[in-house]
Every structure is written in C-alpha cells, then in structure tokens.
Design a protein around this ligand. Structure first.
Ligand code: NDP
Length: 293
C-alpha cells in the first residue's frame, strides 16, 4: 500500500483564501479590519522566519499586521507594558508573543498577561481551561491545523481510535481536547509511556508531536491508518546545509498508512493559516458578531 499524501500546502492555501473572503465580508458589512500584533523578543533566526511569514500572510488575508521587535535583553516589565498597551488597542484583535522567550523572561507571566479574548495562540489558562471543559475557546493553531488535515481524509472522527504522542501545552494536550470534541477515543502517550508500538497498533489516527526525528516506525502502524506528523527536526544534510524531517519515518510509514502528512509541506503549513482563522474569530467575538463560517 502507498499512503495518500495529505497536502498541507494546498489545504492551507484554500483555508487562507476562505479567511480572506470572510475578512473582506466583515470589512464590507461591519467596517471591521481584524488586526494581529506579533511580538518578537531577540533575533533567533528561526523565530524571525516565522514572524516574517505571519506578517506576510496576515497582510495577504486583508488584515492589519503589527510587528513589535524587542531586544533580547528587554526588561520583563517593558514587555508586560507593551502587552498591556496591545490589550487596550482597539485595532488589535489578536496578540501573539513568539516563543521561545529568552530565559530572563517568565513565559507563563507573559502568557497570563495577554487578554484571553485576544489570545490567538490559545495558550492563556482561560482558553486552555475552556477547551478542556468543552466550551468555546481560542485553541492553539497547530492542533487546529491537525484536525483540519485529518478531516480532509475523514468527514467524521466519531468513534475512531486516536493516539497523540506528546503532551505539551502547545500541541499534544490541546490536540487531545480537540479530538475529544470530535468524539474520537483518545490515548495520550509521552516519554514515560510503555510500548508505544503496541499503543499505536490499534490507532486509526496517529499524531506524532515529540521532536524526535523519525521515531514512529512503519511496523507500529495499523494498515490504512491516518498519520499526522507534527515534528519539525533539522538534521545535517550531505551538502553541509540542514534538512527537515518529521517525527515519523516517512518512507516506511507511507507503505503501511492510508494517508500521511509530509514534512515539510504538512502540518507546518497549517499553523499560520489557523492563526489567521483565530484572529478573524477573535475580531468577530470582540465585536459581538457571529462566529465566521
Ligand atoms: P515539547 O518538547 O514541548 O514536547 C514533546 C513531547 O514529546 C513531551 O510531551 C514529551 O513527553 C514527549 N516525548 C519526548 N520523548 C518521547 C519519547 N521517546 N516517546 C514518547 N513521547 C516522548 O515539544 P512540542 O510539543 O512543542 O513540539 C513537538 C514537535 O512538534 C517538535 O518537533 C516541534 O518542532 C514540532 N512543532 C511543530 C509545529 C508546526 O507548526 N508544525 C508547531 C509546534 C511544534 P514528556 O511530557 O513526558 O516530557
């Protein structure tokens, strides 16, 4: 069997087009331009790439994009003051602080300072708690993207056996909650789990969010399962550059799985598209408008 490739590039581009159409509609009907503020502390090259891509895609969707770049040695109080200003700014509907932050800054304090209504990364405890309680919430973008990719293969996830490998606040935990909301039966695995291969063997849906290159092997996978690879790992390449690989051994697994996301070109593409979705949703909710289609 050769798995169907789930093309994150195409699905993300369709999603961005749908967001742009909705942005145009709320502008026309309600004179509302959703605005996203991205805060970058320091000059980490990978973070700079992400921030540039967020800025470009936000503008392309017709939204306002505000970028705030602060030096790596910024005082925590100054960062908190900026967040307080963005919380009050009525042209800003989404606030994203690019992680990781320098060690001198308490990440939890910064996340807690963001107005939950503008928390488009879905990391504020109010949103995490609402999601865990099954209430409407702004949910983290990468897990949202994973669900959209899965639904491009399965219209309904009801009753399916899913395994999520990884339990971070950014990916694993919120993904588990989103899968429960879809009525899947979910197993959560982590670094202390025993016999991952056996746990995976009964899963119809496998999500790998670990950060270990090619850890998930072909003989772990139930034939026909859908495999969503969240991992982004940089390995040295023969030409002295680096190459990206996921947490799934792609060649092996694609011979057994029914559908699989590639790395790159899978989940990574969806994260920024879902950030645009969250910004549009936040803008509509703040202005008392119905949830966009
Ligand atoms: P974290 O390091 O925060 O979490 C990793 C999780 O994997 C932990 O829960 C850890 O368990 C678990 N884990 C570690 N080793 C093993 C193992 N041997 N067996 C089973 N579980 C294990 O990572 P993130 O969740 O932030 O990211 C995971 C991956 O996804 C990374 O490669 C990251 O680059 C990528 N990523 C991709 C994004 C995208 O847009 N595509 C966005 C965000 C992340 P424990 O809790 O016990 O320590």
């Amino acid at each position: 069997m050769t798995a169907r490739i789930i093309d994150g590039k195409v699905i993300a581009s369709e999603l961005r087009a749908r967001v742009a159409a909705e942005v145009a509609r709320v502008q026309r009907e309600h004179r509302l331009t959703p605005g996203l503020a991205v805060v970058l502390v320091g000059s980490d090259p990978a973070s700079q790439v992400y921030v540039r891509s967020k800025h470009k895609q936000t503008q392309e969707a017709g939204m306002a994009s505000f970028e705030h770049v602060l030096p790596a040695d910024v005082a925590q109080a100054d960062l908190l003051a900026l967040i307080a200003r963005l919380n009050r700014d009525s042209s800003v509907h989404g606030i994203l602080v690019q992680l990781p932050l320098p060690k001198s800054i308490a990440t939890e304090t910064i996340i807690n300072a963001i107005d939950p209504a503008k928390d488009v990364d879905g990391l504020h405890p109010n949103n995490a708690g609402r999601l865990a309680g099954g209430f409407a919430a702004l949910s983290p973008c990468t897990p949202l993207g994973c669900i959209i990719l899965t639904k491009s293969v399965h219209a309904s996830l009801e009753g399916m056996n899913a395994i999520v490998i990884g339990r971070s606040n950014l990916v694993g935990r919120p993904l588990v909650q989103l899968l429960l909301n879809e009525n899947a039966t979910v197993t959560i695995a982590h670094s202390r789990s025993r016999d991952l291969a056996l746990l995976c063997a009964r899963a119809d849906l496998v999500y790998a969010a670990v950060g270990k290159p090619e850890m998930v092997r072909g003989d772990w996978i139930k034939p026909g399962a859908t495999v969503i690879d969240v991992g982004i790992n940089r390995l040295p390449a023969a030409d002295g550059k680096t190459r990206l690989v996921g947490d799934v051994a792609f060649q092996e697994v694609s011979e057994v799985a029914g559908a699989i996301t590639p790395v790159p070109g899978g989940v990574g593409q969806m994260t920024v598209a879902c950030l645009l979705v969250n910004t549009l949703r936040a803008a509509c909710a703040i202005h008392g408008l119905p949830k966009p289609a």
